[in-house]
Ligand binder design. Structure first.
Ligand SMILES: Nc1nc2c(c(=O)[nH]1)N[C@H]1C(S)=C(S)[C@@H](COP(=O)(O)OP(=O)(O)OC[C@H]3O[C@@H](n4cnc5c(N)ncnc54)[C@H](O)[C@@H]3O)O[C@H]1N2
Ligand code: MOO
Length: 426
């Protein structure tokens, strides 16, 4: 992230407070997100080879097994020579060769040089490496074409890190870059948090499985669950159960109690995502069912658009996140709440850790925002963000082209093309 790119906790948080008299929920998005930090990491760690731990979050720091480099090495291809060059000598006798992986060659004799390649061990008394570009071969010797005054071209022992250094900290996610460090540490195994196990409860009498809905005149395909599964998996979770439920309070309550209640240990579910039934319709029972199962509300409703009905509760210390049923609203709030929650369950320091909001210019003007903080579908057009023309919470088409969410504060004025807005990759 660039220094200029504000994080989610940056000043927008204060702007996000609803104005008096506004019908929006009282809680701002930033406040709701901060509440996600209240969930701690799952118990249980795994020891994995670093190469099997890509994307996982470290539960313990990684300590370097030895100095790296383990000894002084050549930083360039060339010739190692000693510190004292008799009589300003420019011609050296080649008395050995050192290649990476070989033990250090014997010390140089006066007037001697050792042919070295990048990464090779140096003779103990080598003071510098004269690079190939500053030397010519002469007989069995080598002649310097310039006086050896520039950098010594030596990678000093322990100059990268020393034995015992904590080269990676607990709570850090192992990016491809961090795997370099993990493997270079010399550790055969790293200790990572186990993958959180998530159950998805998809509620809705009208929902049928992929492909089945079109043979039924009043059913619709459950388009939200597969997308949420993919998002959870990418965030590092295991989706351990997918349950389709009718819009029936007791069925939802039983399903929740079975996963997170005192007797729900068999599946070892760490978190539940419920889709649909979040609002105030005649058959919207998700929150009541959670309360009936004994869950305590963490938040219910956020002053955001889309996704206002999003809610979160806690049952036996484990989170339940309720997504609204409308697909664009569901996936927008899923993007904003689920990867951060999975990060927290894996031991990341905060829900916002690793989330990068980037300021990008607008491709076209956008109108003034309403009273809820907006998170709008957009795609990139030559380095500028272009808002999708259709932003309906129920939409299932424009979302496919979206690569970014554009964040607009409550009551933000009209913004012209070229003005910068905060964006998050989706
Ligand atoms: N009087 C009010 N009505 C609504 C409000 C409100 O504040 N007052 N909020 C609106 C908002 S905002 C949203 S978003 C939706 C959310 O409603 P629910 O979470 O209760 O969702 P459902 O009623 O179950 O479904 C809404 C819509 O989405 C379709 N759906 C549901 N699940 C799926 C799925 N897994 N895959 C595809 N489509 C799904 C469902 O068929 C409905 O069409 O409420 C507004 N109403
Ligand atoms: O906030 Mo709703 O999610 O607009 O449709």
């Amino acid at each position: 992230m660039t220094a200029a790119a504000p994080t989610i906790a940056a000043p927008l948080a204060a702007d996000a407070r609803p104005r008096p008299g506004c019908a929006s929920p009282a809680l701002s998005f930033a406040e709701a997100r901060a509440l996600i930090d209240g969930f701690g990491p799952v118990a249980g760690v795994e020891r994995l080879r670093p190469e099997d731990a890509a994307g996982r979050v470290l539960a313990e720091p990684v300590l370097a097994m030895r100095d790296t480099p383990a000894r002084d090495l050549a930083a360039m291809d060339g010739f190692a020579i000693a510190a004292t060059v008799p009589g300003g000598r420019r011609i050296f006798r080649i008395e050995g060769r050192s290649l990476p992986g070989e033990p250090p060659p014997p010390p140089l004799t006066p007037g001697g040089a050792c042919r070295v390649t990048t990464g090779a061990a140096l003779p103990a008394n080598a003071a510098r490496v004269v690079i190939d570009e500053q030397a010519v071969r002469a007989d069995r010797g080598v002649a310097l074409t310039v006086s050896p005054a520039d950098k010594p071209h030596i990678r000093r022992r322990a100059s990268d890190f020393a034995a015992g250094d904590a080269v990676l900290a607990a709570g850090m996610r192992l990016s491809p870059m961090a795997l370099v460090t993990a493997v270079a540490s010399g550790q055969r195994e790293v200790v990572v948090r186990r993958r959180p196990r998530v159950a998805i409860l998809a509620t809705g009498d009208e929902l049928l499985a992929t492909g089945a809905a079109h043979s039924h005149p009043h059913a619709i395909p459950d388009s939200v669950t597969p997308a949420v599964v993919a998002m959870l998996a990418a965030a590092g979770a295991t989706v351990a159960a997918i349950v389709h439920l009718p819009d029936a309070r007791h069925a939802i309550e039983r399903a929740l109690a079975a996963r997170l209640g005192p007797r729900g240990e068999a599946e070892q579910i760490d978190a539940v995502v419920i889709t649909g039934g979040a609002s105030r319709g005649d058959r919207d029972f998700a929150r009541q069912a959670a309360a009936g199962a004994g869950a305590r509300t963490v938040f219910a409703g956020v002053a955001m658009k889309p996704g206002k009905p999003v809610w979160c509760a806690r049952l036996n210390e484990r989170p339940i996140v309720g997504l609204p049923g409308n697909p664009t609203a569901a996936l927008t709030v899923a993007r904003l709440f689920l990867p951060p929650l999975i990060g927290r369950l894996q031991g990341c320091a905060t829900a916002a850790a690793g989330e990068e909001w980037t300021a990008l210019p607008l491709a076209r003007a956008v109108p003034a925002n309403g009273s809820r903080e907006a998170f709008l579908l957009a795609s990139l057009d030559g380095g500028r963000v272009d808002l999708a023309r259709r932003q309906e919470a129920s939409g299932q088409r424009a979302i496919a082209r979206a690569t970014h969410l554009v964040r607009r504060a409550p009551g933000a004025p009209q913004a012209s093309a070229g003005a910068t807005v905060e964006t998050l990759r989706i």
